[in-house]
Design a protein around this ligand. Sequence first.
Ligand code: IPM
Ligand code: MN
Length: 349
Amino acid sequence: MYRIAVLPCDGIGPEVIAEGLKVLDVAARKHGVQYETVEYDLGGERYLRTGEVLPDSVLDELREVDAIYLGAVGHPDVKAGILEKGLLLRLRFELDQYINLRPIKLYPGVETPIKGKGPDEIDFVVVRENTEGLYAGVGGSLRKGTPDEVSTQEAIYTRMGVERCIRYAFDLAQTREEKSLTLVDKSNVLTYGHDLWQRAFAEVAEEYPEVKTDHAYVDAACMWMVKNPEWFDVVVTCNMFGDIITDLGAMIQGGMGVAASGNINPEGVSMFEPIHGSAPKYTGQNVICPIAAIAAAGMMMEHLGEEECGKAIEDAVIAALASGKLGDLSTKSGVSTTETGDLVASLVE
Ligand code: IPM
Ligand code: MN
């Protein structure tokens, strides 16, 4: 019996999570997976009501669950950064979810803006380091608000943190058909931090002779992702670059509506979420595509070792996308959030 914490949070988060749970319910029943959900009321509304972002008692409870299923974080009436840092990043850091796994996979029937490329060309995984780098929150400001203001924001890289991320990426590359891993960095400019990445990558590579390795500077990687996405199989990169290139990745795989992710602690509690945000202006309109959230539920099952259940969800997502019934997956597709969830659930059945 798995215990799954559900954190719908802000904006359209609750709407897409409801569809993910609808599909999960059918898939789990069909494949004999038993679970219970515990829902937590976190996010902007709670913060505005009570001033609480992530109470320590809630965090302690989350340390004990088998997985976390999260919707989206971000509220228009809450200053940017409070919920992002206090809730989402705090969860990633406190639970030491040091991998952010982001598959960039174009499914058949989904339109990509990249001319001449299809599912054969767009199929890779970004392994984003998830606990360090520019996200570490190290820095400060001096003489704030004056013309002489000084501010610093430092990127923190530890050998341990970089190496465990790179090792995870090599392990993943080894399981894939192409067995190729590209390090994406900016080592021509970040000659301290990304030099550490380069050395760690070269050293770990020696333990994986069967994995082909490659390197791309992040600016060039953005170019190749558009020009020759087929060059990528597994990509490993730092937190900030991983954040940026996976929004680009989401677009080439068909949009924010389909891109799912897992915040993984291979030894602890992992958290699964769509990579899109809370899209406040669409809240309550039943127009957001829930495929990303549904696919994240599938990743969660796979991660828990329930491969059949996870695969059933992914297969139903693939069938729904191939059916031609979901339009262009945008908010103007004419297909509602709930209709999409119903369709995927019926295809699991
Ligand atoms: C993401 C998001 C977050 C990030 C924000 C909301 C803090 O953009 O999951 O990619 O930057 O990691
Ligand atoms: Mn992002």
